[in-house]
Design a protein around this ligand. Structure first.
Ligand code: PXP
Length: 241
């Protein structure tokens, strides 16, 4: 099973000060050196974290696999056709959401998603669709000849946090992954996965890749804080000429 690290929150910290650090390009290099097999970023319509410049430079610097999450909009398709990331994952997007709230409704938005998939594949960009673990949605992805899907593990993660119903949600993800693979779709999963709830999902034989962001960046901030403070104290207390 491969790990693709979503580094959006590195850009969230940078954008909090409209500064130039931390740079997501440096973060991507560190993730790759640590063994991540892919880098994922979400270019949102409101550019709240990742900027166009980030996606352009990442395309030139990521040496593993660059997956760009985006809405199925004409603006985003144009950017993808220009930058040509290895993969685009189509996600739903609401302006006032804190993060992606659920899978894309491929049945409801079938004709727009169909058109977008064709435009991206024609530009030699691999395409994945972020969907809930729902057979009807997966069948529609198959019908539209999407090569890949990413199954939303958000409900599983919420249930795990609540402490009830997570086994049922895990079963839904497992069943969906199995069905999707049988339909010929390549299967990834993600959303809300962390160091505590990863076990059940990591054991699923039909899932070939996980996309994990928040928990990894959150942990990095804490495990890196000790060194960051020590380095500043060392500079402050260094002998002066
Ligand atoms: N997959 C998709 C489609 C997402 O939108 C996100 C969040 O940007 C993730 C995975 C990663 O979720 P998390 O940050 O909770 O690990």
């Amino acid at each position: 099973m491969r790990l693709a690290v979503n580094i959006d929150h590195i850009a969230t910290i940078r954008e909090a000060r409209k500064s130039d650090e931390p740079d997501p390009i440096a973060a991507a290099v560190i993730c790759e050196l640590a063994g991540a097999q892919g880098i994922t970023v979400h270019l949102r319509g409101d550019r709240r974290h990742m900027q166009d410049r980030d996606v352009e430079i990442l395309k030139r610097t990521v040496s593993t696999h660059l997956n760009v999450e985006m809405a199925a909009s004409p603006e985003m398709v144009r950017i993808a056709q220009t930058v040509k990331p290895h993969q685009v994952t189509l996600v739903p997007e609401r302006r006032d959401e804190l993060t992606t709230e659920g899978g894309l409704d491929v049945v409801l938005h079938s004709s727009n998603i169909d058109k977008t998939i064709r435009q991206l594949l024609d530009a030699s960009i691999d395409v994945s669709i972020f969907v809930d673990p729902d057979l009807e949605q997966l069948r529609q992805c198959q019908k539209l000849k999407a090569p890949r899907v990413e199954i939303n593990t958000g409900k599983y993660a919420e249930a795990w946090k609540r402490g009830s119903g997570w086994a049922n949600e895990l079963d839904k993800v497992a069943t969906a992954a199995k069905a999707a693979r049988k339909m010929g779709l390549a299967v990834a999963a993600g959303h809300g996965l962390d160091y505590r709830n990863i076990d059940g999902i990591a054991a699923l034989p039909d899932v070939e890749e996980l996309n994990i962001g928040h928990s990894i960046v959150a942990r990095a901030a804490l495990v890196g804080l000790d060194r960051a403070v020590r380095e500043m104290i060392a500079l402050m207390t260094a002998p002066r000429r």
